[in-house]
Design a protein around this ligand. Structure first.
Ligand code: NIG
Ligand code: FE
Length: 388
């Protein structure tokens, strides 16, 4: 994780939106005798692979800054959720909002995060919590995939929380997920993954397993919310289910860490959610020492992380979780790509991969990026070989 190969005084050749070649400047004339038409001189600047943000809830109808103020006044996340706030608040407004408006506002956010260096992103449903609402969200994400230049993966999170109507009748909501939502999702190819919020007061381990097994029947692999507030067996179950990633991980026992490290599942840490909810940060160092693969993502959502700025995620990981700048950049690029199974397309400067690149302003070193947290050090962003 601490090794981030780099070339000083380098060239990158981009053709048809992809990285065709790279190397030392002094090799340029031998490798490319005929200089391409467009040459951009970026002396003094760093060129990095664009961020791969593998966990977001970027489609939502309304911000929730009232709850933010409630929390400042002393209410907890769980208390706000119990009063019908939180995810249910977002679900109520989303069900009242039209598909076009949801698409429009999500596209604005997508452009905002891409200007901040994100080139690939995972987006979840989970604010519908009804057949129509979940399908509406997933159709919005499908349109974003079709119309955005970013690489996008979609996770179905119908199991984000129980709608009030089903609060005492879990079986019927799970049955609606399995029998009413999943068949349409599969038929319309609306999702790549299945997600469940496995947590006390939300979905139990057993309920998560039932939902994931039904998803597997339609070819949806799990990417799961586990161990945010409590350690209730989500790691053991999630790795057993063959999850591509297990996300959050604020609350991890030593057994959880060992179990994740022994698996092929990536642990996705969401430090801005811990920051915003004033919780303990994820045990990044312990996970890396144990041999677990970890990625960093923004968790962009209106309740627990109202920011999709991956530069801040990287800075926070170095400042609060003591990740080295190289470790944090690897976790936010190539490992994020793995957490979306996009590692052959994005996440590193490699021949044949998409030319999704961040050009920094002139900076003295790579460590200067997380060190100067909060500053905008991005000069330009390139997506598929085009400056945006
Ligand atoms: O990843 N923890 C569950 N879901 C989101 C929060 C959703 C919300 O509060 O709207 C998360 O943090
Ligand atoms: Fe999340």
């Amino acid at each position: 994780m601490a090794q981030l190969p780099s070339i000083q005084n380098a060239f990158i050749l981009i053709e048809d939106g992809r990285i065709a070649d790279y190397g030392y400047m002094h090799e340029l004339e031998i490798k490319i005798p005929q200089l391409p038409v467009n040459v951009v001189d970026v002396a003094g600047q760093f060129v990095l692979p664009a961020w791969c943000d593998s966990h977001t809830h970027l489609v939502f109808a309304k911000s929730r800054e009232e709850e933010f103020v409630d929390k400042i006044n002393g209410n907890t996340y769980a208390e706000i959720a119990a009063k019908g706030g939180g995810i249910l608040n977002s679900a109520r407004v989303l069900n009242e909002t039209g598909e076009d408006e949801l698409f429009r506002s999500a596209m604005v956010r997508l452009k905002e995060v891409s200007a901040m260096g994100t080139g690939a992103i995972e987006i979840k449903s989970g604010y519908g919590l009804s057949v129509e609402g979940e399908l509406k969200m997933l159709r919005v994400i499908k349109r974003l995939k079709q119309q955005s230049d970013l690489s996008i993966k979609c996770s179905f999170l119908g199991a984000h929380t129980y709608p009030l109507f089903y609060k005492e009748n879990h079986e019927d909501y799970i049955s609606s997920i399995i029998n009413e939502m999943l068949p349409v999702i599969a038929a319309e190819k609306l999702a790549d993954y299945i997600d469940v919020f496995c947590e006390e007061g939300f979905f139990s381990v057993e309920e998560m397993e039932i939902i994931c097994k039904a998803g597997a029947g339609y070819g949806l692999k799990p990417k799961l919310h586990v161990n945010q507030l409590n350690s209730i067996g989500g790691i053991q179950s999630g790795t057993g289910l063959g999850a591509v990633s297990l996300d959050h991980l604020e609350t991890m026992t030593n057994e959880d860490i060992q179990c994740l490290a022994a698996s092929n599942t990536i642990g996705t840490l969401l430090p801005t959610a811990a920051f915003f909810l004033r919780m303990n940060y994820q045990p990044a160092r312990k996970l890396m020492d144990a041999g677990a693969a970890i990625a960093l993502a923004s968790d962009y959502n209106p309740g627990s992380s109202p920011s999709g700025n991956m530069n801040f995620v990287v800075a926070l990981s170095c400042i609060q979780m003591k990740m080295l700048p190289e470790e944090a950049i690897n976790a936010a690029t190539i490992n994020g790509a793995y957490a979306m199974e996009l590692q052959d397309e994005v996440g590193s400067i490699s021949k044949g991969k998409k030319a999704n690149l961040i050009f920094t302003k002139p900076i003295p070193s790579l460590a200067y990026l997380p060190y100067s947290f909060g500053h905008n050090l991005i000069d330009k962003v390139m997506i598929n070989g085009v400056f945006i």
